[in-house]
Write a protein that binds this ligand. Structure first.
Ligand code: NAI
Ligand code: MG
Length: 503
């Protein structure tokens, strides 16, 4: 696969428009439209820093149209009359179409986000397909219960009481750029399975796969207005969506900082909110761990997706007995990683997504070094063109340093020695985040004890970054509200209605 991002995207645009590339329109009420204000913005190739496609810049007025379309589709359109089984079938059709176009989606994702195409091919796209299939199954299994009630102030009266689960309504979904297609799937799957309608705003850095998914949503036969996709910036389109009075619920994945802005915007009308935010996940290697699996596991925990994972294993706690061996092993793995453009077949790690993220990660490296940390591998930018950063292992860190406390969101791990399990549990939990954690041990009792003591929404034991559509994912503390995937996600998209009938 030797195409450059610009060539592939141009070909893509030309194939559909039959002409030179135009501003890529967005999907509102089943139609592909430009922004009412006529604005557009470029999406960049992170491997070169060059603009590669022009995207419609949606804003308040466009969001307003999309919300109206979603409201009409929810309340009176054909969607509102579909059976649960028909909803499930549409989701299955969408999964089939996505699978059929896997190669195209992997190419687009790699070009727009920078990740290696091989990773998008085996992880991003298949996981999205699987999520839609999993959620399709739930469409027919969302049900209430019956209750024997004994009302003390109504002696002798007979009641029949039950609950039913209803879709929460029109949902605004704001997603990030690290797994653009997969995050769209995590959000759309449960919303559509439960019968909600959606206005989705992709990240401005990576809008291409969500837009192509919009075409497949139409091809699958979802009625107009059920899924609207408004492209644009966070401060404009995103803010308009989070504060729109016609939205019943906002679902957000991104920074903790913006998560707090979303909560404030949604508070005006007390919209339901779910948040999947940042992390600073502890990855703990105990003295009885099998180092042959723990060392490559620790490397992939931080370097997968260039460290641009909310659950990246960025604080590596290693028992002092193995500290030097593990640091040497993870550093050797870091040096072996081939950094390059995502479309080249031998690339292991692509560029960071944007110049902003490059500057952010370089700022963390500088602050770490200024405060006394030492890079035993990496520590610098790679090359002068594009947004590449060397896979980095930092040692000599101290509690309180920015690199220890804050989410870096790049290929940078801090390795920290410890001597006893109680001390490491306290250190691991001593952070504002609680998204994920991992433990490497051969002792089953210690595995369970630590899994229970760690304040995190996911704990992996002797593995890392294992995701499944059936497993709920989300955060304790400032890592978020609610869970995505699994049965748990359905609760975020339904209201429970209690019905009580006097017999
Ligand atoms: P961000 O939180 O600003 O962006 C995520 C999404 O929120 C994008 O769609 C963006 O357009 C939207 N957004 C931004 N400001 C908004 C606002 N005021 N109202 C409504 N929507 C808004 O994240 P950004 O700036 O791209 O990255 C900054 C840091 O955030 C990263 O370094 C990383 O630490 C963290 N992050 C975490 C992610 C996660 O998966 N938990 C994903 C992306 C970023
Ligand atoms: Mg931002």
């Amino acid at each position: 696969m030797k195409t450059t991002k610009s060539a592939a995207v141009r070909k893509h645009a030309a194939a559909r428009n039959g002409s030179a590339p135009k501003t890529r329109p967005m999907l509102i009420d089943g139609k592909w439209v430009q922004a009412l204000g006529g604005g557009s913005f470029p999406t960049f190739n992170p491997a070169t820093g060059e603009p590669i496609a022009n995207i419609a810049a949606g804003d308040k007025a466009d969001v307003d149209l999309a919300v109206k379309a979603a409201r009409a589709a929810f309340e009176s359109g054909p969607w509102s009359r579909l059976t649960a089984s028909e909803r499930g079938r549409l989701l299955l059709k969408l999964a089939d179409l996505l699978e059929k176009n896997l190669e195209e989606f992997a190419t687009l994702e790699s070009l727009d986000n920078g990740k290696p195409i091989g990773v998008a091919r085996v992880a991003d796209v298949p996981l999205a397909v699987d999520l839609f299939r999993y959620m399709a199954g739930w469409a027919t299994k969302i049900h209430g219960r019956t209750f024997p009630i004994s009302v003390p102030y109504a002696p002798g009266a007979q009641f029949f009481a039950y609950t039913q689960r209803e879709p929460v309504g029109v949902v605004g979904q704001i997603i990030p750029w690290n797994f653009p297609l997969l995050m769209a799937a995590w959000k759309l799957g449960p919303a559509l399975a439960t019968g909600c309608t959606v206005v989705l705003k992709p990240a401005e850095q990576t809008p291409l796969t969500a837009l192509r998914l919009g075409e497949l949503i139409q091809e699958a036969g979802f009625p107009d207005g059920v899924v609207n996709i408004v492209t644009g910036f966070g401060e404009t389109a995103g803010a308009a969506l989070a504060g729109h009075p016609g939205i019943d619920k906002v679902a957000f994945t991104g920074s903790t900082e913006v998560g707090k802005i979303i909560v404030r915007a949604a508070a005006k009308d007390l919209k339901k909110v779910s948040l999947e935010l940042g992390g600073k996940s502890p990855n703990i290697i105990l003295d009885d761990a099998d180092l042959e699996t723990a060392i490559p596991g620790a490397a992939s925990a931080i370097f997968f997706n260039h460290g641009q994972c909310c659950c990246a294993g960025s604080r590596l706690y290693v028992h002092k007995k193995h500290f030097d061996t593990v640091v040497d092993g993870v550093s050797a793995a870091a040096r072996k990683i081939k950094v390059g453009p995502g479309h080249l077949p031998d690339t292991d790690m692509g560029p960071l997504v944007s110049e902003e993220q490059l500057n952010r990660v370089m700022g963390f490296l500088k602050s770490g070094q200024d405060e006394g940390a030492k890079a035993v591998a990496g520590g610098a930018r790679e090359g002068k063109k594009g947004y590449f950063v060397q896979p980095t292992v930092l040692v000599n860190t101290k509690p309180g340093m920015k690199v220890i406390e804050e989410e870096i969101f790049g290929p940078v791990v801090c390795a920290i020695p410890f001597s006893d399990p109680a001390e490491v549990i306290a250190a691991a939990n001593n952070n504002i985040y609680g998204l994920a954690a991992a433990v490497w041990t051969s002792n089953v009792s210690r595995a369970h004890t630590l899994a229970s003591a760690l304040r995190a929404g996911t704990v992996w034991v002797n593995c890392y970054n294992i995701f499944d559509a059936a497993l709920p994912f989300g955060g304790y503390k400032q890592s978020g509200w609610g869970r995505e995937m699994g049965e748990e996600a359905l609760a975020l998209y339904t209201e429970t209605k209690a019905v009580c009938i006097r017999l």
